[in-house]
Design a protein. Sequence first.
Length: 316
Amino acid sequence: MPACFLAMIACGMTAVTAQTYPAKSIRIVTGSAGGGQDIATRIIAQGISRSMGQPVVVENRGGSGLVAAEIVAQAPPEGYTLLMTASPHWILPLLQDHVPYDPIKDFSPVTMALRLPNILVVHPSLPVHTVRDLIDLAKAKPGVLNYGSSGTGATTHLSAELFKAMAGVNIVRISYKGGGPTLNALLGGEVQLWFPNVASGMPQVKAGKIRALGVTSAEPSMLLPGLPAVAATVPGYDAVSMIGVFVRAGTPAVIINSLNQEIVRVLSGADARERLVSSGVEVVGSSPQEFGAAVKLEMTKWAKVIKDANIRAEKE
């Protein structure tokens, strides 16, 4: 059969797909329940359901996103099963073997929906008020300052390890089971530093119980007016969690572009932005290409940090 004829058939099928999608209900599978990711997932589901004229169901699955990712990786590449997930989706394969999916080969990006910066906070008794003060103190007392974190390979952990590497300081990790115990350890003086997300750390900063020195995004965040970026002192430093939407690899580009346009439109709405910003996340709404490139850059950066620090996932 002539190649030109095959191309005409393919173009015809794409046109039909574009005209008929979506022809049935859509589901968004996510590993998160509660917080900015869950709020965003439900805002997106409600918004695109109205505009696309089909029910959109949210499925919350546990397992740190593993279960959700595996469901979508095995779904038909037709755009009816979406994955809403965060940075652990592409960081976990860097931490352990035998992850049941490949974050690049098995998925196609739709949009980066949100970004979650962390904040560098210290116990108020520590005689530092800037990132430079902290670096100077840490260099004067190598191995003396402790930082708390929970979740091996989480951004609260990796933010600190990236800071260690780029600032050239020797600070020691103390691991806790959850953000609550980590906060209590900082308040009690067991550790001197922490890199929590905005929602976890800022209430204590505002209450005067801990001191914020900087935000971990490359630039100051609109979530934290007046707080400088760590990168102002440590050039090139950037540690944020990204949350975005994927579909199964092989999904037609016309469907991916349709989903991208609808999701970005929903996220651009004033009500959606207000709700999400108040939950402690930055709204993005990128193109599929921008999101895909960002994921690859993140994997390269964190692979080096993980290798240099010899980080491996904790066994259950």
